[in-house]
Design a binder for this molecule. Structure first.
Ligand SMILES: Cc1ncc(C[n+]2csc(CCOP(=O)(O)OP(=O)(O)O)c2C)c(N)n1
Ligand SMILES: [Mg+2]
Length: 565
């Protein structure tokens, strides 16, 4: 059958199960967009900036587990995608980004809106392609989706010259795909699994450190079985949050720079660290030389490049976390570590980490806690980057997988709003809250128009402290309070929301918080709350940059705590 390049892409996307794509058109992708109406089953969501398209595809992918798809035109459209692609790369998010390119005869001529975008995306994608003829598209699109979603997921970029979209080719979409050069290892090596099980059966103070790999692989049951059979406490990375129910008796929260004090103490004391689907990011380890100083380390990860990259590992197991845990669980003895679990419980009592001090003003932690109460812990929370992100991680308890969607590796301000749109479009039945900072929100504020046009019922809570708060906190603590360029003015967010047709309210006192959140939940559509929070509130605990986990700082005024966990 003869088809144009644009038709081939649409047919191939449908074959891959794509239902939604986010993007903005322009000259180079016009022929593609002109073809879209032939495929009404493909929903296109028009965003207001290509960064929004990439983050929306990212949020969609994290919420659904499917591949997120975004489109942009050549030149500035494509470069606007770059931050979002890099974000997906660092957080292992399956994404296919398709950009238009100038027509083949113009490539290399500095043509209008020409940039070497595959050159730019090479280091921030799992793979990328510059398509040279329509006939190669069926295979390329197939491969792209396969690479994006398998193994360690990541973004794949396809750059398509304008005249390839219109070129006709005789095609058969390949039903099966086999790539000789790319075969991720799924099953862990039996000898390594045996070694690991022996260590686990002998350990006295074992600790599981679970990361996003558990969420990606869907290994929740395996993880629970491992923890419960061998009575092993579980801590997580930021992106691992939700992979193990946080209300579980063996759950001890997030570790790292703003992790729970008791979770970090557990890392300092454990004699066997079982690291699952995580990559020892520096925000987790702090000073590597003093990380988990008493522990042997088992590291389970699908990406062999992660083994031994940042920390020394005693028993590496390369494989899909779900498959590895299935085998490992068969070899475990049912044991108790009563003293060790009690020890952690005591640390949690002595170092509560999530108590909130008393205040008539609006404390950001209190806002998050009330959103937790009123949504009964059932919402999906999507964040920007900064203090609010850490409070959203600390003060909401996530019992369901993939319900905290946050930019971890790249730490991208502006991620929250578009990613929340993607999450809500992917899971329309779920309640989606975007907990954002005033700085982060202003980076992609234009996506309010997407919310209105697409009727996306995202609830938005801006923790408005009038600062680039996380940086201000560093200036306060490490730069003698020299607040250079962190005081931040913003527009009247209520008026802004209303201008976009979104109802909104401001909350300035503690008693405003509950009614505002309840009103947001009562509204069928989107709703925005501008929480005027205490401007100089800090995030605790905190491990100072460059220090070791044992040097964490805890909140200074503990006796004033009134809201206990
Ligand atoms: C795109 C981008 N630029 C700069 C930074 C550095 N940065 C990290 S947190 C932060 C402040 C964020 O401010 P806001 O969104 O208001 O959140 P808050 O910390 O006040 O809660 C900045 C500037 C970043 N992470 N991302
Ligand atoms: Mg702020």
């Amino acid at each position: 059958m003869k088809m144009t390049g644009a038709q081939i892409i649409c047919e191939a996307m449908i074959q891959e199960g794509v239902e939604v794509a986010f993007g903005i058109l322009g000259g180079s992708v016009l022929p593609f967009y002109d073809t879209l109406p032939q495929y009404p089953q493909l929903r296109h969501v028009l965003v207001r900036h290509e960064q929004g398209a990439a983050h929306a595809a990212d949020g969609y992918a994290r919420a659904t587990g499917k591949v997120g798809v975004c489109f942009a035109t050549s030149g500035p459209g494509a470069t606007n995608l770059v931050t979002g692609i890099a974000n997906a790369h660092l957080d292992s998010v399956p994404m296919v980004a398709i950009t238009g390119q100038v027509s083949r005869p113009f490539i290399g001529k500095d043509a209008f809106q020409e940039v070497d975008i595959t050159g730019i995306t090479l280091p921030i994608t799992k793979h990328n392609y510059l398509v040279t003829d329509a006939a190669s598209l069926p295979k390329i699109v197939r491969e792209a989706f396969h690479i994006a979603r398998t193994g360690r997921p990541g973004p794949v970029h396809i750059d398509v010259p304008k005249d390839v979209f219109t070129e006709e080719a005789e095609v058969n979409l390949p039903a099966k795909l086999s790539m000789m050069s790319y075969k991720p290892t799924l099953q862990g090596h039996p000898a390594q699994i045996k070694k690991a099980s022996r260590l686990i059966n002998e350990a006295r103070r074992p600790l599981i450190l679970a990361g996003r790999g558990v969420n990606i692989s869907g290994a929740y049951d395996g993880l629970k079985k491992l923890a419960e059979t061998a009575q092993i406490p579980v801590v997580t990375t930021l992106l691992g949050i939700g992979c193990f129910p946080e209300s579980h008796i063996l759950s001890f929260g997030m570790v790292g720079m703003h992790g729970m004090a008791y979770a970090n103490m557990a890392l300092n004391t454990t004699d066997l660290l079982i690291a699952i689907g995580m990559r020892f990011d520096d925000r987790v380890t702090s000073m590597v030389s003093s990380f988990a100083p008493k522990a042997k380390i088992i590291h389970i990860d699908i990406d062999p490049a992660e083994i031994g990259k940042n920390v020394r590992v005693d028993v590496p197991i390369v494989g899909d976390v779900k498959a590895v845990l299935k085998e490992l669980n068969k070899q475990l003895e049912s044991v108790q570590h009563v003293d060790w679990v009690n020890q952690l419980d005591n640390w949690r009592k002595e170092h509560p980490s999530t108590d909130i001090r008393d205040s008539d003003g609006v404390l950001p932690q209190y806002v998050v806690r009330k959103i937790y109460d009123i949504t009964k812990g059932q919402a999906t929370i999507v964040t920007g980057v900064g203090q609010h992100q850490m409070w959203a991680a600390q003060h909401y308890w996530y019992d369901k997988p993939n319900t905290l969607i946050s930019s971890g590796g790249l730490g991208t301000m502006g991620f929250g709003l578009p990613a929340a749109i993607g999450a809500k479009i992917g899971c329309p039945e779920d309640t989606v809250w975007c907990i954002d900072g005033d700085g982060s929100f202003q980076m992609t504020i234009q996506e309010l128009a997407t919310i209105t046009q697409e009727r996306t019922a995202v609830k938005i809570a801006i923790l408005n402290n009038g600062y680039l708060g996380m940086v201000r906190q560093w200036q306060e603590m490490f730069y003698e309070k020299r607040y250079v360029a962190t005081p931040l003015s913003g527009p009247d967010f209520v008026k802004i929301a209303e201008a976009y047709g979104i109802p909104a309210v401001r909350a300035e006192r503690r008693e405003d918080v509950i009614p505002a959140v309840e009103q947001a939940m009562a509204e069928e559509g989107p709703y925005l709350i501008d929480f005027r929070v205490e401007p100089e509130e800090n995030v605790y605990p905190m491990v100072p940059p460059g220090a070791s986990l044992s040097e964490q700082l805890e909140a200074p005024v503990k006796e004033e705590a009134i809201w206990q966990q």
